[in-house]
Ligand binder design. Structure first.
Ligand code: HEC
Ligand code: HEC
Length: 164
């Protein structure tokens, strides 16, 4: 066996890992209300981007949801919470930051994972009029609604492609 043959399996493992980072499609089994309720004001965020404990906190405070009222009837709330918790991210992978101070809601845009993925983004881009908030994923990730975050699909505020 020559060196190329030995490295080929390693390379496919590398490709599999690299492909995962930009693929945040919603896992199967979402209750219909997840898209219609949690996708009404912003993107229906991929469950993997917050830890289970943080999703429980978000779902426990829907009446005061980042300045909005996002209340649901109890059965719908329970179904969505179960889906989010079941598909939540691992705290070890997300790193610190998502869990907010007592009385504040957790933010997936505050995790170490999110910051690492965006370390090359100029700070002014987050405040640009076409973006306004890091939570506005679709402002830059043009295919975010279908769960795809490939770098070649990114268009920065002002219309500049991230990669050409
Ligand atoms: C009535 C509008 C509305 C509805 C409905 C709504 N949200 Fe939100 N949500 C907001 C607003 C406003 C913010 C703050 C966005 C920002 O800071 O840019 C927010 C922020 C969030 C964040 C934090 C994003 C960050 O900055 O990391 C999470 C997580 C979240 N929502 C989850 C949910 C879930 C889960 C549901 C469904 C149960 C839901 N939202 C339904 C309005 C809503
Ligand atoms: C201001 C534009 C902007 C916004 C808003 C934004 N991103 Fe990004 N995102 C980028 C850029 C640019 C990169 C590549 C940056 C780098 O390599 O440092 C990136 C990278 C990523 C990656 C890594 C892709 C890969 O190939 O590894 C993921 C995943 C991601 N973003 C998810 C999100 C999610 C989820 C949100 C919303 C909660 C979001 N982004 C909001 C601009 C943005």
């Amino acid at each position: 066996m020559n060196a190329t043959h030995m490295l080929a399996p390693l390379f496919s493992i590398f490709l599999a890992c690299a492909a995962q980072a930009d693929d945040l499609r919603l896992p199967a089994g979402a209750p219909p209300a997840f898209q219609s309720e949690c996708g009404a004001c912003h993107l229906a965020f991929p469950p993997r981007l917050l830890a289970a404990e943080d999703w429980r906190r978000v779902m426990a405070g829907l009446d005061r949801h980042y300045g909005d009222n996002a209340s649901l009837d109890a059965p719908t709330r329970r179904a969505i919470e179960a889906y989010l918790v079941e598909n939540a991210g691992k705290p070890r992978k997300l790193g610190p930051g998502g869990t907010a101070a007592p009385g504040e809601a957790p933010r997936l845009t505050a995790t170490a994972w999110f910051k690492r993925k965006h370390h090359e983004v100029p700070p002014a881009s987050w405040r640009h009029a076409e973006v306004r908030s890091p939570a506005n994923c679709a402002a830059c990730h043009k295919q975010a609604a279908s769960g795809s975050y490939r770098e070649r699909e990114i268009v920065m505020p002002g219309g500049r492609r991230w990669q050409d």
